[in-house]
Design a protein around this ligand. Structure first.
Ligand SMILES: [Zn+2]
Length: 256
């Protein structure tokens, strides 16, 4: 079920399967399906524990606890792992707090991730875990929007990303831009701010893509309202198109 959920979200955003699930969920302001199941479980247990003790279901529940059945063992282990033992004590459990706790724990795990793509996204492109990124709602579905999504989620074709698929995998410093002579790694920073190949497009959009452009800081650059990000999307789309047409004129990649 989770696989189908993740696949659906990636298809909707037009990004490849290799984009980390956590990155897609964060951008859409969603949480993994397990959290919904866990919430339902907590609600169910909470409701039973609050029933009068003469109710049959409460008696069955207490019986399972007293004889320590297998499902009871698994349930109490899970509750103690997440510090939810309070759900079994009448009137002491807050569903709202529990839900927030589950969400925080999942989000904390993503923030602590050592995966390069996840940490780059969290450090540079991500702003709020509780809501869908506003540009996804405000920019109408179009090629520029999907170019922006690809850039944001690391589903682009810059060498810093695509060379990861080569075997043996070249170190980051060898994934050099083939569209200029700077001998710099073709990463998001180089593509957006430095590569002279895009300087004409950059010049054409300079007044539109915002004052943050001069700071040459990716996070600052993406910290703009949806209206401004619409221009950014257009700019990135044109750069991707120029890159693609230049790529077709270049000799094949030496490692491919
Ligand atoms: Zn370059």
């Amino acid at each position: 079920m989770n696989t189908v959920h993740n696949h659906f979200m990636k298809r909707t955003l037009h990004v490849r399967k290799s984009v980390p699930d956590g990155v897609v969920l964060c951008e859409l302001g969603r949480v993994p399906l397990q959290l919904y199941w866990q919430k339902m479980l907590l609600k169910y247990v909470s409701r039973i524990s609050e029933l009068p003790s003469d109710r049959l279901v409460k008696k069955a529940f207490n019986h399972a606890s007293s004889v320590n059945t297998l499902w009871w063992q698994k349930l109490s282990l899970w509750l103690s792992q997440h510090r939810f033992e309070g759900v079994l004590a009448e009137g002491t459990f807050s569903m709202v707090n529990a839900e927030q706790h589950l969400r925080d724990k999942w989000y904390h795990g993503i923030c602590q991730s050592s995966a390069t793509k996840v940490s780059f996204f969290m450090d540079n492109m991500f702003f709020d875990s509780n809501v869908m990124a506003s540009y996804l709602r405000d920019i109408r579905p179009s090629a520029p929007l999907f170019s922006l999504i690809k850039f944001t989620l690391g589903a682009h074709s810059l060498r810093v990303e695509t060379d990861r698929w080569l075997r043996p995998k070249p170190p980051r410093e060898q994934r050099v831009c083939r569209h200029c002579s700077m001998q710099a790694v073709e990463d998001e920073q180089h593509f957006l701010f430095d590569c002279p190949f895009y300087s004409i497009i950059r010049g054409q959009h300079f007044s539109l893509i915002g004052p943050n452009y001069q700071q040459r800081d990716i996070r600052l650059f993406f910290e703009q309202n949806s209206h401004q990000l619409g221009f950014v999307a257009h700019h990135i789309h044109l750069c991707f198109q120029a890159r693609m047409s230049d790529e077709s004129l270049l000799a094949p990649h030496p490692r491919l």
